[in-house]
Ligand binder design. Structure first.
Ligand SMILES: C[S@@+](CC[C@H](N)C(=O)[O-])C[C@H]1O[C@@H](n2cnc3c(N)ncnc32)[C@H](O)[C@@H]1O
Length: 254
């Protein structure tokens, strides 16, 4: 039997559906991250950035949103409440995540998909090949993965091609950079400059995205070992801010 937990995020009721053990065994591709999202007692720690990104985009007249890694839906909630898109397509590989979002929110269209395959296909779709905003809250994306793995490169290429205005990418590189200083060397070598801290990493990767895709960095929020980068399609570079996440969301289990 699936278990349902009820929570309130900033006063909004949400359901978290945990896949039953036997169902988890049957669904081979069920991402372990789903259970992780649903069962963490500190989920409020990493959710503030999702809300802050939505507030940053509030006045940008965004009508269509693609969210390839919907998870348990708390970012979906803020996209719905703050950005209020006309079309909001949410994907996740895990049935538990899809069920959680469908039980919690009426607005988005939620599909159980492998986003790495599906987003690449969307590019060629006659109707859904453009979205104003793509919010890509990856499990563990780093620029090193982009450099080394074709699947990530294809995904990032598709994201910047499909998005018309704004992209958020979560990037876990600092997790490795804080713990293993030699990891900076990978980026020193690629960018041909000395990376002294992770702010240098954001600046260098953002410059790369700007040169390659024409999206400039607006904002980075980092916390623990993770960060969210907001990039906007612009004619010239946008002025960016790098900040540590300040606010946690108010989350209660009910
Ligand atoms: C960091 S979590 C997203 C959290 C989400 N923003 C939220 O508000 O709860 C990443 C999600 O990506 C999903 N995922 C992992 N690999 C995937 C894939 N190939 N296609 C689609 N979803 C995937 C996991 O099931 C997980 O829910």
């Amino acid at each position: 039997m699936s278990k349902i937990k009820k929570i309130k995020i900033d006063g909004h009721k949400m359901c978290l559906v945990t896949e039953s053990e036997e169902k988890k065994k049957r669904i081979k591709d069920s991402a372990s991250h789903c259970g992780y999202c649903l069962n963490r007692s500190d989920i409020n720690f990493c959710t503030g950035a999702g809300k802050e990104m939505c507030l940053e985009l509030k006045n940008d007249k965004i009508k269509t949103v693609l969210e390839p890694f919907g998870g348990s839906g708390w970012h979906t909630l803020f996209i719905q409440k703050i950005i209020k898109p006309k079309l909001h397509l949410v994907l996740d590989i895990s049935q538990g995540c899809v069920d959680s979002i469908e039980k919690s929110l009426k607005g988005p269209v939620v599909l159980k998909k492998d986003s790495f395959k599906f987003v690449n296909k969307l590019k060629k779709h006659h109707k859904f090949n453009k979205f104003d905003f793509i919010h890509a809250d990856f499990n563990n994306y780093t620029f090193n993965k982009y450099l080394k793995l074709k699947s990530y490169r294809k995904m990032i290429n598709s994201i910047f091609q499909i998005s018309q205005d704004a992209v958020t990418l979560t990037d876990s590189a600092i997790y490795g950079l804080i713990r293993f200083k030699k990891n900076f060397g990978i980026y020193d070598d690629f960018f041909k400059m000395k990376m002294n801290n992770y702010e240098d990493y954001y600046k260098a990767t953002a410059d790369y995205y700007y040169e390659k895709y024409g999206f400039g960095l607006r904002k980075v929020i980092f916390w623990g070992g993770n960060a969210a980068m907001l990039l906007l399609r612009k004619d010239k570079k946008v002025k960016y801010k790098i900040s540590k996440q300040q606010k946690r969301l108010n989350i209660e289990f009910v």
